[in-house]
Design a protein around this ligand. Structure first.
Ligand SMILES: Nc1nc2c(c(=O)[nH]1)N[C@H]1C(S)=C(S)[C@@H](COP(=O)(O)OP(=O)(O)OC[C@H]3O[C@@H](n4cnc5c(=O)[nH]c(N)nc54)[C@H](O)[C@@H]3O)O[C@H]1N2
Ligand SMILES: Nc1nc2c(c(=O)[nH]1)N[C@H]1C(S)=C(S)[C@@H](COP(=O)(O)OP(=O)(O)OC[C@H]3O[C@@H](n4cnc5c(=O)[nH]c(N)nc54)[C@H](O)[C@@H]3O)O[C@H]1N2
Ligand code: SF4
Ligand SMILES: [Mo]
Length: 749
């Protein structure tokens, strides 16, 4: 058997890998040196991908729920006909906007979701969400208002690397995380700064580790940014040329009591000041914030202060700083500076950011008698019954729907609640890609080919085919004969015909499916699923022709987009699709005046009124981080608990002093109680945690068939402990890292 190129599907890095099969097993997995971003790098998790590919609870046939709650097999014609009719029925009775779409892509697969939009638009659905609306939407909203875009850090070239509530050693999120971190740490001219209450693996390497009390980041970040202003560490010329609103920001930050805020955060004032000075003195600073600040108190304010840290120091638009990436697909959308008014969800009135309803209001939008409540839902590549705050209520909501349809590869906690389950081939059995392409100056895209066929005897359809059939079953696909005729004359004729056809609103709604049904069958090697990428390649080529040419793609006019598309098809290990010049980042500020707008009055008011520290509740003296990324966690992509080499049950981490005070011994069971629920977990005593801080891993609490086929749970499901109402007031993002909790020893009876 040959080594075959593909990618790891466990985190947003999507490292290129090569797989060697033994029958249907992944006999060996190694990093793909030809992958332009990962260059042969993987972490240990990729080597375990067989547990995803050959999971015992893979779905093999379309399933329909019986009245008694069990499932029966149906053929695809029946499944498609009944699912299409049921959604159309909801639309006819209550309006298309009562149909909700959740998911559309996990860590490894976004091709399917790009076709789901066709079916949803055809039905008149207007509301959707996915996991980004429980982590990144606060940051997106801040970015949209400040620069009409978002910026990502260039850690390969930076002098100072700043990670805020992010542990890239375990969670990655930057290319080749471990060698990159080691290089920064080893180089005396560079500096690694970590803001995390926990002494993480990344913090162990850091030159500066700021350890705020959990939930106190807003005070710490305010103190850092205030130091920049109060000690006048600002690059005034750069700020005058590229920003507005400095005076308003300066007024608020000048009044911040740095010493007091440092004390509230539990960080030495001198260390805060030295850190601010180090950031201000650097030629380039790259910043990456993640769940530690995005899923805790003040999360949107935190995102604002993190942005101010790099904006006030001029660390934008150059190599080694923070740059808006050229997206291959619209993973994030920006609307603040456009003509359309802000949108809000129909029942809870929650702000819709980047087109996404906050995850934390979905249950409220269903469990109500409001006439505009969501009544039917299509869930694809997601496990909201497990991954959304307040699982109990979320399940109640999913069960209260008139219709729940789930597209997945495995029998998940969400699939078990579905009326219909539509099974897809695994990500190694079909053409796939992700849209997590956010690097600068070189940006990468990887269209992956199938490595093996679906299991013998199974009856699966890839997502693009499912969505195409659903669109056809509701009569939403216009006659495609003219497009096919144009295609027979060649791609240039097809491009003109397709652009003209978009004037027909009915066709525009289902454009990806129309491409799949016309261009798709003509693509080499069965790459029909890639057809939608043709339009995306043209969009990128039209918007960024110079950057595409610098990546080595040639051609004038429409030829450039076609050549880019062909290069994508011809690059089984991925390709560089755009390459920036040093100052290009500056050209992608999306505000009308091309400047970064430093002052966001509502968030500045929050900074001015932070108060005396995070609230404390004597009934719940601990802060629980519910969902830490560890060596053996991978969301819920691996369902088989055997994949974990260590920490099989997902232990509760606690510091030695707290463990001693509570009489907890290493490995003994502890009981954790929050306002939402009570669970038990084995204890891991570690001095990496601060007193009063405890943590549980993400991705546990799944049920999986044991040797006899009986469904067996492993570990704690973090969202049995969380509550959907604990959320950010602006973006609605959850406070998973700040769950008030109580801990006790479980006494032997
Ligand atoms: N191994 C592994 N890697 C993954 C994943 C996985 O499941 N497993 N999932 C992927 C996904 S979907 C995502 S979104 C990313 C997330 O990646 P990260 O955000 O890095 O992951 P977490 O471990 O959830 O949280 C990061 C850090 O926040 C810290 N933290 C907790 N409370 C606070 C606080 O109050 N303030 C600050 N400053 N920090 C705090 C925690 O100690 C932790 O070290 O990881 C991706 N990578
Ligand atoms: N308490 C707490 N909750 C959290 C978090 C936390 O830190 N704490 N983290 C949050 C974050 S950052 C995230 S990203 C979410 C993740 O949670 P979700 O967005 O719900 O997604 P995953 O757990 O990644 O599950 C992916 C699903 O895709 C399925 N799948 C895999 N391959 C395919 C395929 O080819 N096709 C289809 N159709 N399906 C496929 C898998 O079987 C699985 O059901 O969890 C969030 N929930
Ligand atoms: S860093 Fe992420 S994508 Fe790369 S091998 Fe590890 S889990 Fe997979
Ligand atoms: Mo995530």
């Amino acid at each position: 058997m040959e080594w075959q190129p593909t990618a790891c599907v466990l985190c947003a890095c999507n490292c290129g890998i090569e797989v060697k099969l033994d029958g249907r097993r992944f006999e060996r997995v190694r990093g793909d040196k030809a992958h332009p971003s990962s260059q042969g790098y993987t972490c240990e998790k990729a080597l375990r991908l067989d547990h995803y590919q050959n999971g015992a609870d893979r779905l093999t046939h379309p399933l329909r729920r019986r009245a008694d709650g069990t499932f029966e097999r149906v053929d695809w014609d029946t499944a498609i006909r009944e699912v299409a009719a049921a959604f159309a029925g909801t639309r006819d009775a209550h309006g298309g906007e009562t149909i909700f779409y959740y998911g559309g892509g996990g860590q490894g697969n976004h091709l399917g979701g790009s076709y789901a939009g066709s079916f949803m638009r055809a039905l008149g659905a207007r509301y959707r969400s996915n996991a980004l609306a429980q982590e990144k939407t606060g940051q997106f909203w801040v970015g949209d208002r400040m620069l009409g875009n978002v910026a990502t850090g260039d850690f390969e070239h930076c002098e100072v690397a700043l990670f805020v509530g992010k542990n890239p050693w375990q969670s990655h999120g930057i290319p080749r995380a471990r060698p990159t971190l080691r290089e920064i740490a080893r180089d005396p001219g560079r500096c690694l700064i970590v803001i995390d209450p926990r002494r993480t693996e990344t913090a162990e390497l850091a030159d500066i580790h700021l350890r705020p009390k959990p939930g106190a980041d807003a005070w710490l970040l305010a103190a850092l940014t205030a130091t920049l202003v109060q000690e006048d560490l600002l690059p005034h010329e750069w700020l005058a040329a590229h920003t507005t609103g400095l005076d308003e920001v300066r007024d608020v930050l000048a009044a911040v009591p740095v010493a007091r805020y440092a004390e509230i955060a539990g960080v030495d004032e001198d260390l805060v000041r030295r850190t601010a000075r180090r950031i201000a003195a650097a030629d380039s600073v790259a910043v990456h914030e993640d769940l530690g600040v995005q899923m805790t108190l003040h999360s949107t304010v935190n995102s604002y202060l993190d942005t101010l840290l790099w904006a006030l120091t001029g660390n934008f638009g150059r190599p080694g700083t923070n740059n808006p990436p050229i997206l291959f697909a619209p993973l994030v959308t920006f609307s603040h500076w456009g003509p359309r008014a802000e949108r809000f969800s129909p029942v809870a009135g929650a702000r819709i950011i980047s087109g996404l309803v906050p995850c934390n209001v979905i249950a409220d939008e269903i469990l109500t008698d409001h006439p505009r409540r969501y009544r039917a839902m299509l869930v694809e590549t997601a496990n909201p019954a497990h991954s959304l705050a307040g699982s109990g209520r979320m399940r109640e909501a999913l069960e209260a729907l008139d219709l729940l349809v789930v597209v997945d590869v495995a029998m998940t906690e969400t699939a078990r609640l579905a009326d219909y389950i539509l099974p897809a081939p695994s990500q190694f059995e079909k053409w796939e890609a992700t849209f997590f392409n956010v690097e600068t100056p070189a940006n990468y895209f990887h269209l992956r080919r199938p490595v093996l066929d679906p299991p013998p005897g199974s009856d699966l359809l890839p997502e693009p085919e499912i969505h195409a059939r659903l669109c056809e079953a509701v009569g939403a696909v216009p006659d495609l004969t003219p497009l096919r005729k144009a295609l027979a004359e060649g791609r240039p004729a097809f491009a003109s015909a397709f652009l003209a056809a978009l004037a027909d609103p009915a066709l525009a709604k289902v454009a990806p499916v129309a491409l799949y049904r016309t261009l798709g069958p003509t693509l080499p090697g069965g790459a029909a699923a890639a057809a939608g990428l043709w339009a995306l390649a043209h969009k990128v080529a039209l918007a960024q022709p110079a950057a595409v040419r610098r990546a080595g793609i040639e051609g004038e006019g429409l030829e450039l987009g076609d050549n880019l598309f062909d290069a994508v098809l011809a690059s089984p290990s991925g390709l560089v699709f755009t390459m920036d010049e040093p100052e290009d980042g500056l050209t992608r500020v999306g505000t009308p005046d091309g400047r970064i707008h430093l002052a966001l009055p509502d968030l500045l008011a929050e900074v001015a009124a932070l108060g005396d520290g995070p609230p404390a509740d004597p009934d719940y003296p601990f802060v629980l981080s519910a969902g830490e990324r560890r060596a053996f966690t991978a969301n819920t992509i691996f369902r088989d608990p055997a994949w974990r080499r260590r920490d099989p049950a997902g232990s509760l981490r606690i510091c030695p002093a707290d463990a001693a005070a509570l009489g907890l011994a290493e490995g003994s069971p502890a009981r954790v109680t929050t306002r939402q629920g009570t669970v038990e977990a084995p204890v891991e005593i570690t001095d990496t945690l601060l007193p009063g801080h405890i943590s549980l891993p993400n991705g546990l609490g799944l049920t999986y068939p044991d040797a006899d086929g009986a469904l067996t749970p492993t570990g704690v499901s973090p969202n049995d402990l969380t509550t959907a109402s604990d959320r950010d007031p602006y973006a609605g993002t959850p406070w998973h890292k700040h769950v008030p909790a109580r801990v006790e020893a479980v006494l032997a009876t």
